[in-house]
Design a protein around this ligand. Structure first.
Ligand SMILES: NC(=O)C1=CN([C@@H]2O[C@H](COP(=O)(O)OP(=O)(O)OC[C@H]3O[C@@H](n4cnc5c(N)ncnc54)[C@H](OP(=O)(O)O)[C@@H]3O)[C@@H](O)[C@H]2O)[C@@H](O)CC1
Ligand SMILES: Nc1ncnc2c1ncn2[C@@H]1O[C@H](COP(=O)(O)OP(=O)(O)O)[C@@H](O)[C@H]1O
Ligand SMILES: [Mg+2]
Length: 276
């Protein structure tokens, strides 16, 4: 088990080349947010925009369009009930984040299956929240892609079949290998599993224990993998940044809200970018 440090940030967050444009920093599409959980996909989308992803599209319930654009005019919108348009948008993106606030209804399952049917091997697919629960409940076949799961412990129990109390590296690793994925197993000390190594995030605070904190992380992971070349390092840097920012804010705050992490993310990334 390797313990992460600030070194992962300077290794990953590169200075932006002058000769670049929005396409250089990745196209990302986020899918989720039913009528009840609009905030989840909004936070994930905002995290991706503030992390610096070049072009962000949010595919969600139409009832969320107004609030999305009021909070985040940088994001494009599409209706997640329009399956044909969703297919076209997913085909044209580098990174897909699916699950924050998606829900687990038959409609949610249809949306998830529709996305899985068009994902391509060169794309990165971040599977979070309700999408993990749906994969587990319906034993869905996973598409060929660079897969990243971001479960909390109960979602990992559903997906892996390993009870929370038994989620040790020795038990988790074979399931990770079978999934052929990166797994960000979230807890008060988040562990990141790849097929070749396990990392522990030493940062994080109970001030983070509030709804939407994981939705925000999913968007940050998507935003980092959209921009940075080494995908594993990008995931590690996103996890570390999320908790390090929270620790900083928690020095003077009893609770840290997800949108506060999002708001300071650009400054934090500037402080830690690689200077050469
Ligand atoms: N503003 C919004 O729109 C928000 C929308 N959201 C969206 O809601 C959807 C459902 O996601 P979810 O995580 O809220 O519910 P679910 O998957 O049923 O898991 C909860 C169950 O697991 C258990 N549990 C055990 N250990 C745990 C652990 N370490 N961490 C967490 N839970 C743990 C827990 O135990 P209990 O607390 O009951 O003891 C409970 O039985 C998802 O799409 C998400 O994106 C939320 O993000 C909130 C803000
Ligand atoms: N006590 C804690 N210490 C450190 N981090 C925490 C703590 N409680 C929650 N977190 C972090 O908050 C996030 C919670 O994710 P998740 O349960 O998916 O939230 P949500 O789905 O409500 O957005 C994870 O990144 C987790 O590591
Ligand atoms: Mg979650």
């Amino acid at each position: 088990m390797q313990t992460l440090s600030t070194e992962i940030l300077t290794r990953t967050i590169r200075q932006r080349p002058a000769d670049s444009y929005k396409g250089t920093y990745g196209r990302i599409t986020l899918i989720g947010g039913n009528r009840n959980f609009g905030g989840a996909i909004l936070m994930a989308s905002a995290a991706a925009v503030y992390a610096g992803a070049g072009l962000v599209t949010t595919i969600t319930d139409p009832s969320n369009q107004g609030s999305l654009h009021a909070r985040l005019p940088e994001a494009m919108f599409a209706d997640f009930n329009d399956l044909a348009q969703t297919q076209d948008l997913v085909k044209g993106t580098d990174v897909i984040v699916i699950g924050p606030g998606l829900g687990t209804s038959p409609q949610s399952l249809t949306i998830l299956n529709n996305v899985f049917s068009v994902v391509q091997p060169e794309q990165t697919l971040v599977i979070d929240g309700s999408a993990i629960t749906l994969v587990a409940q319906h034993q869905l076949a996973l598409p060929q892609a660079h897969l990243i799961f971001t479960p909390h412990q109960m979602e990992w129990q559903r997906l892996s079949g390993i009870a929370i109390a038994e989620q040790t590296p020795a038990r988790n690793q074979p399931v990770v290998n079978q999934l052929n994925a990166t797994v960000v197993l979230k807890s008060h000390r988040t562990q990141i599993y790849t097929p070749t190594a396990v990392y522990e995030n030493p940062m994080g605070t109970p001030a983070q224990a509030t709804g939407g904190m994981g939705d925000t992380l999913a968007g940050m992971v998507g935003g980092f993998v959209a921009q940075f070349t080494n995908k594993t390092d990008a995931v590690l840097a996103a996890v570390y940044s999320h908790s390090a920012i929270a620790e900083e804010l928690a020095r003077t705050q009893y609770v840290v809200l997800p949108h506060q992490i999002i708001d300071v993310l650009p400054q934090f990334m500037k402080e830690h970018e690689c200077k050469n």
